[in-house]
Design a binder for this molecule. Sequence first.
Ligand SMILES: [Ca+2]
Ligand SMILES: [Ca+2]
Ligand SMILES: [Ca+2]
Ligand SMILES: [Ca+2]
Length: 390
Amino acid sequence: MKGIQYAFLAGIIIVVLIILVVFGFLQPVAGLDLLSLLNLQLATNPTDPTNPTSTTSTNPSEDINGDGKPDIAILRIPTNPNSINWYIGQNLGGSLAFTLSPEQSTSVKDIPAGSGVAIADISGDSISDLVIMEIVDGGILADDYIVYKVCFGLDINGKTGKCTDWLPKTGSPSLGRCTSFGGVAVSDINGNGKQDIVVMGLDQGGLCNGDPDHWWYFVGWDLDPITGEQTAAWSSRKQVPNTPGDTARGADLALADLDKNGKLEIILMTFDLDKSFRWVIGKDLNSAGDPANGWVPSTGFSLRSSGVSSIATCPIARQIRDSAGAGVTFRDIDGNGFPDMIFLFLNTPAAFVAGMNLNIAGTTTGWVPLNGVLTKTIFSSGCASSGGLG
Ligand SMILES: [Ca+2]
Ligand SMILES: [Ca+2]
Ligand SMILES: [Ca+2]
Ligand SMILES: [Ca+2]
């Protein structure tokens, strides 16, 4: 009986409220109207994975803690390679500085000839995942090959949930025997809603095969959201027609839609002994992973010309894969909607510098050091053998 009375009373109150709202005596609570709710929904919705523009600053997985300030992953394999270490450069914002997270580690797979790192949402749950790539050195008798693992559920301190075993379980592309350094990036290149992995390396010429260095990359199609493994055959080897310098000390790649036409550019870089970053832009990747509109070579950015005279405190002997490493990734650091290119040279000290608002012609609106200085000793454990940015 009491329940019916309460229901009757509640009914009367609702009717009175409706009359007050209809006749304008009460306004709906600000921010809770339908339009606001819809906007809220759109704002928190993960980026459409079928949209190839979902890489650069609009990719929510690149702001790990969702505070509006992008975060970067830094990978570093020490000279005595029994571990792969990574860090998060936290909350890179308008101050052009980041906070370095604690070091996290996993074991290496055999002898590394190169390595890289990427942040992406592989599992599709809107939480950032970490992809770690190693190019395994086959020595002089066997070809080098690619391995990677996906660590799900990345947090702002670089900690992750469960990692897969080294992948692929079968069928890694064979790289020949002259690979030095490498890098990895992840995006949905063919626009079918499944993330694709792009792995690059440097075919080191010189003493290895007498040629100049060459950039190359492969695409592993359609990563399984649970196992992390590519579910379709790897692409053919994509050879970049332009050659970088011939004295690389590091290499990496990144993806960004520089001209905002909805198609990703691929950016491959090297760092050379003359203390210069050099890069090439492949314009508008198509669904086969090829640049539909050709390549744009760069003139490079020189640390030496920028006043850095002494950076090589680690051994830099050519062909001995015991020093350095380099990285490239994109974030919109200054928040103007255009991707900024972040470079890392992994030495002691390390160099972090950003080419602001890189355009499709390969030029920037300026170069700024991160953390206030071009070079800084931020890693405690000696020299690196390779690494990357993601
Ligand atoms: Ca952040
Ligand atoms: Ca795909
Ligand atoms: Ca584009
Ligand atoms: Ca920018």
